[in-house]
Design a protein. Structure first.
Length: 92
């Protein structure tokens, strides 16, 4: 990502879209338990918070290579976490 600001905006946008998808999926299927939906939404919000906090505090501020690798790792971790939530949405 080009900047921390854009990365945070991307994470927040995708999280809000996932929450919308969770509730939309809940509306389409009548037999989903509310506890499962709320648990999944809470998980998405907690992941959003975790990754935004990780973006604020990079490791090795003085070394550009370390910072670049740090943000690439955050992005990869975030993508895998979002894929897990998407598979959980599909299982609802």
């Amino acid at each position: 990502m080009a900047s921390r600001r854009r990365l945070k905006k991307t994470i927040k946008f995708v999280t809000s879209e996932l929450i919308t998808d969770i509730y939309f999926h809940c509306l389409m299927k009548k037999n989903i338990e509310d506890q499962k939906v709320e648990k999944l939404v809470t998980e998405a919000v907690n992941l959003n918070r975790e990754f935004v906090l990780r973006i604020i505090r990079p490791d090795g501020k003085n070394n550009k290579k370390i910072v670049r690798l740090y943000y690439k790792k955050i992005y990869a971790d975030w993508q895998s976490a979002m894929n897990e939530i998407i598979t959980k949405i599909e299982k609802l």
